[in-house]
Design a protein around this ligand. Structure first.
Ligand code: PLP
Ligand code: COI
Length: 339
């Protein structure tokens, strides 16, 4: 803590003071409690270890110029966790418990919320796991919900800068009717080989096509995709992508900025027609795309020959950050101030 260089932190794990937990047993969730223990004592036959009963969330808290701490769209993450739990048959956590636990985790670690000037933030990682000892492939009857926090800087190198992405048809992160719409650990395990391959070739992340036909755009690594063309914000609709809360927010902001919005299937051939392209997510914020290389066809779609972010991407980025840090009024009630 003594020596955190707020201006130069990356996206990693920095130990904080407390984490917050809540257990599900005998059909109900217990009290939210805090601990300084960074470890989890698990039965070796716990369903999370064998059958992937694990879901997580990612959200952020920001310190404003006024010193206040703001958590962005807390309720949306709570609802998405419920959807993920339903998707892999885990006990659903009430929205109020989620909110209570996240607020408690932020408050207890207040001193780790980076200062306004640094442009860094506090990443909040809630996770929920099946803990019952079972050997048959069945859902657990006991669960543990944990929230830890850690200060973070930019997810992609350089922060708000353009980076390259790559299409590789030999990998999928999710099946057509699989778990792609849920934030479950298995999807991320399934993306590691592809992600590492892409990194080794110098790309930020894999640019996924739909797993069924490989004709439509899905998402970019751990972020949704958006493109700009003719004053229109275009983003894929797909049954195999995570419904991004950042993307949902950008859709609202794009409309406010006077843009048209299209959320629909986006054919890969459209890539050549876009004026700007970007990846968006909690970790990624907006990461403008410099170019997308197609590993199989050797085509390259270039959005930023000079490496600079596009005009609309920059406007959207500034608008989103202004709301998150409290520089602009929160007209949509997206922000929870931690008192
Ligand atoms: N897509 C995937 C696969 C992700 O892991 C994330 C990150 O949470 C996103 C999209 C962006 O979602 P959000 O904006 O809610 O963080
Ligand atoms: C997020 O944006 O919160 C993510 O989940 C991205 C990644 C760290 C998994």
């Amino acid at each position: 803590m003594k020596n955190i260089d707020w201006n130069n932190i990356g996206f990693g794990y920095i130990k904080t003071d407390y984490n917050v937990r809540c257990s599900f047993k005998d059909g109900e969730w217990g009290e939210v409690r805090s601990t300084q223990d960074e470890f989890v004592n698990l039965h070796m036959a716990a369903t999370c270890l064998h059958y992937g009963q694990e879901a997580f969330e990612g959200l952020k808290a920001f310190r404003g110029k006024d010193g206040k701490i703001r958590i962005f769209r807390l309720d949306e993450n709570a609802k998405r966790l419920q959807s993920s739990c339903k998707g892999i048959m885990m006990a659903s956590l009430p929205v109020e418990k989620f909110e209570e636990a996240v607020i408690k985790a932020v408050k207890l670690n207040e001193r780790f919320v980076p200062p306004y000037e640094s442009g860094a933030s506090l990443y909040i990682r809630p996770l929920l796991i099946g803990t019952s000892a079972l050997v048959g492939v069945k859902p657990a009857s006991e669960y543990e919900f944990i929230v830890f926090v850690t200060p973070v800087g930019p997810y992609f190198k350089g922060g708000f800068q353009t980076t390259p992405f790559v299409i590789m048809r030999q990998y999928d992160r999710a099946a057509p009717l699989g778990t792609g719409t849920f934030k479950v650990g298995g999807n991320y395990a399934a993306s590691l080989v592809a992600g590492t391959h892409a990194h080794e070739m110098g790309y930020s992340a894999v640019f996924y096509l739909d797993p069924k036909e490989k004709k439509y755009i899905d998402e970019c690594g751990a972020a949704n995709f958006f493109a700009i063309k003719d004053n229109t914000y275009i983003t894929p609709k797909s049954d195999s992508i995570l419904p991004s809360i950042t993307n949902k927010s950008l859709i609202t902001l794009a409309e406010e900025l006077g843009m048209k919005v299209e959320r629909r299937q986006v054919h890969i051939d459209e890539l050549e027609t876009f004026e700007e392209a970007g990846a968006c997510g909690t970790a990624a914020v907006i990461s403008p795309i410099q170019r997308i290389d197609d590993y199989d066809t050797k085509k390259s779609y270039v959005y930023s020959p000079d490496g600079k972010p596009g005009k609309w991407s920059e406007k959207l980025y500034n608008k989103l950050r202004a709301i998150q840090y409290g520089d602009e009024p929160d007209t949509h009630s997206w922000v929870t101030i931690v008192e």
